[in-house]
Design a protein around this ligand. Structure first.
Ligand code: HEM
Length: 446
């Protein structure tokens, strides 16, 4: 119950899941109620673990700047239970920190803001996506989520690894394992969930492919492998390290593309506005052009809005030793080594004073109120900020603009709720429910 920190505890009669049981219907409304009842700092059991939940963004800088608060314990746990890197946590903490820092540096150098290599991969993404889309000349009905998932997964895998890796069978194994990610996170063994086989096959395939095509895979992947070698990571953990990259790179990005498409299609005025913006700014739909894309401010706002509503933005940190946080408002938080906290950042994103109609998708919200973007951090905090964030946003822009300029979409229909217990951007509860008819645009604007 964390008596030592003196903050209230949210009691729940639900074993193991505790208060987090209520998150299955969305964390925001539930946390908003708790804030009314208990204030912006309180303790709650999340999947068997007591956590201190912080729902006031003015306290986040004190947390994210404290060097004794780390994401590493969670990463090590996920490496073991999620990615099957069973001996990764036996590496000394110095080595783990070194691996983490080197992989971040590597991705930042390749995909950081304004890096020429980011522009190059963006251009390659446009070309590869057009090839993978292979748009039919006659209207063809598709289930949007599985259709997009297949195209975007194979596009991303081909860009970072190379051709012929992401076969249909490989992706089926990956999806079967990923569908159980929340249950793995909750501590259920992969064997019980029957995803040990699919996960092993995915990892074996990744290992064999990378060994055979080492010279041809992207620099990010080459460096990720060599960082493991230099730091004495065992093969089983090296495989888990690869899988964690594939997961981080594909899942959230693909789902952000999906929900952006769904929200824009469900709002014809929004679709039309962004279509006009893209058609008037992008002169050649077969090339990446940063300057032109930067003019598409409504598209940028729509993507932010997708991340606002379709992601339970929150960040976990653990105390690596006993510490006391002194917040600017005079409050303190006493933490013992091993205590975990959650910065529940999306509570701020649903504050009705700043976000009018916060539970509605408003594609132009961030154009109307550009100041909101300053505090909007769906990619995490401080030194654990997502290193793929610039590529992720560019990729979603590429997908939406490529579809708008090259495809003709009709009969968009069906709906699905968010699966709120997803780790990351929500998957749709019913992935088959949303359908559309798609064909190649006659006069592609090139
Ligand atoms: C919309 C898409 C994406 C979202 C919402 C997202 C979000 C995040 C978040 C929230 C974190 C953890 C930060 C924290 O806890 O403070 C993270 C970590 C990470 N992301 Fe992303 N991400 C996305 C796309 C990508 C892409 C495209 C890549 C790679 C090309 C990537 C690579 C990574 C990696 C490697 C980490 C772990 C960083 C570390 O080890 O410290 N992500 N991401």
């Amino acid at each position: 119950h964390r008596h030592h920190n003196g903050y209230p505890y949210v009691y729940s009669s639900i074993p193991f899941f505790g208060g987090s049981f209520h998150f299955r219907l969305g964390a925001v409304k539930c946390v908003q109620q708790w804030v009314k009842d208990y204030g912006t700092i309180f303790n709650v059991t999340v999947l068997g673990q007591p956590m201190t939940l912080i729902a006031d963004s003015s306290l986040f800088p004190t947390i994210s700047r404290n060097p004794k608060l780390s994401l590493l314990p969670l990463k090590l746990y996920m490496m073991r239970v999620g990615f099957g890197a069973v001996s990764y946590d036996q590496l000394t903490s110095d080595v783990q920190i070194k691996i983490s820092a080197s992989t971040r540096k590597s991705i930042n150098e390749q995909l950081g803001r304004n890096k020429p290599s980011l522009e190059a991969i963006n251009h390659a993404s446009v070309v590869k996506l057009l090839e993978k889309l292979n748009l039919p000349t006659e209207p063809t009905k598709v289930c949007v989520y599985p259709w997009l998932n297949r195209i975007l997964f194979s596009t991303l895998m081909e860009l970072f690894y190379g051709p012929d890796l992401a076969t249909v069978d490989f992706q089926a194994d990956f999806d079967a394992w990923d569908a159980k990610f929340t249950a793995l996170y909750a501590g259920f063994p992969a064997r019980w969930l029957k995803v040990d086989g699919p996960r092993d096959r995915v990892k074996n395939h990744l290992r064999e492919y990378a060994a055979k095509h080492l010279q041809d895979v992207s620099t990010v992947v080459q460096e990720r492998l060599s960082i493991c070698d230099t730091n004495g990571v065992q093969q089983i953990d090296k495989d888990g390290h690869q899988l964690s990259f594939v997961w981080a790179m594909t899942t959230n990005t693909i789902r952000t593309c999906f929900w952006t498409l769904v929200h824009l299609q469900n709002n014809p005025q929004a679709w039309k506005c962004i279509m006009n913006e893209i058609s008037s700014n992008i002169t050649d739909s077969t090339k990446w052009n940063r300057e032109e894309m930067d003019k598409c401010v409504y598209l940028d706002s729509a993507i932010k809005e997708t991340l606002r509503v379709a992601l339970n933005s929150s960040a976990v940190r653990y105390a690596t030793e006993d510490l006391t946080l002194d917040f600017p408002d005079g409050r303190q938080l006493v933490m013992k080594e091993g205590d975990g906290l959650v910065m529940q950042s999306n509570i701020g994103y649903f504050d009705p004073e700043r976000y009018t109609n916060p539970f509605c998708y408003k594609f132009d919200r961030f154009v109307e109120k550009p100041e909101l973007a300053k505090e909007f951090t769906p990619f995490g905090f401080g030194k654990y900020l997502c290193p793929g964030q610039y590529y992720a946003v560019d990729f979603v822009k590429i997908v939406v603009s490529t579809l708008m300029l090259n495809a003709h979409i009709t009969d968009f229909g069906g709906s699905s709720e968010y699966k709120y217990n997803t780790v990351g951007v929500y998957v749709p509860i019913n992935p088959q429910a949303i359908t559309m008819s798609i064909k190649k645009r006659q006069a592609a604007s090139a």
